[in-house]
Design a protein around this ligand. Structure first.
Ligand SMILES: Nc1ncnc2c1ncn2[C@@H]1O[C@H](COP(=O)(O)OP(=O)(O)OP(=O)(O)O)[C@@H](O)[C@H]1O
Length: 229
């Protein structure tokens, strides 16, 4: 199991009104299999998630994957830490669904025909059977989100960071993706407003105002959030 660590990692961004602290210096060791980040809109959850694979750089402190400093080994860290965006358009780059998954398989499957076959299997495993030749633009929002998740998992990362991966999904697909995420062999760091899903994780962090204000067993942290929100 990989160990993700924030060491006094904080983020200050420049705005037209001057510097804005979006994450106060924060120290965390994330070693549990399933870690949820919950909290109000704009509290800093995505900022923490994005620090974990270098999409956002810490302006103070540092972020580590095992012994790798994310700021210095971004490429290696991004290979090992897959990231699923809230908006699938941010990561779907190929014209069709099967080509998009096949692109993710390049590192693990060298042969193009094999890649294409495996891509169809990956699609089927994520409820997208028969949609391989469909333009990614002609998929529904929920299908695109499933495809984005399938594509990231096809890269076989050690850790999956998912930023609100169930937001666009209907009830059945939200359940399906929730169960899939909680059943992964990979470590999962999940940003979510689905508190039932968060409560099923091992640990939850409640983020508010750019700070982690509660941290512990997911059920307890979620109950505290429900009671205080
Ligand atoms: N580059 C930036 N420039 C200005 N403000 C930023 C920047 N990045 C983040 N912020 C602000 O920092 C705060 C935290 O953002 P973040 O996306 O981490 O919140 P969040 O908890 O994930 O919110 P949500 O639940 O709405 O997705 C927000 O107020 C956001 O507007």
């Amino acid at each position: 199991m990989s160990r993700l660590r924030l060491e006094s990692a904080g983020v200050v961004v420049e705005t037209t009104d001057g510097p804005l602290e979006v994450l106060a210096p924060t120290t965390l060791d994330l070693v549990e299999d399933r870690v949820a980040l919950v909290g109000p809109n704009g509290s800093g959850k995505s900022t923490i998630a994005r620090l974990l694979n270098g999409l956002v750089e810490a302006t103070t402190g540092r972020v580590l994957l095992d012994d790798l400093d994310v700021a210095r080994h971004g490429r290696e860290v991004r290979r090992r830490v897959g990231f699923v965006f809230t908006d699938p358009a941010a990561q779907l780059v190929m014209p069709t669904a099967a080509e998009d998954v096949a692109l993710s398989l390049r590192r693990t499957h060298r042969d193009k025909a094999v890649r294409r076959r495996v891509a169809e299997d990956v699609l089927a495993a994520h409820g997208l059977a028969g949609l391989g030749d469909r333009s990614v633009h002609a998929l529904s929002g929920g299908q695109r989100q499933l495809l984005a998740l399938a594509g990231v998992l096809a890269t076989d990362p050690d850790v999956l960071v998912a930023d609100e991966p169930t937001t666009l999904l209907d009830l059945a697909n939200a359940r399906r993706v929730g169960d899939l995420l909680l059943g992964l062999r990979q470590q999962l760091v999940l940003v979510t407003h689905d508190l039932d899903l968060a409560a099923r994780c091992d640990r939850a962090l409640l983020v508010d105002g750019g700070r982690v204000v509660a941290d512990g067993a997911a059920g307890e942290v979620v109950a505290h959030y429900r009671a205080t929100a």
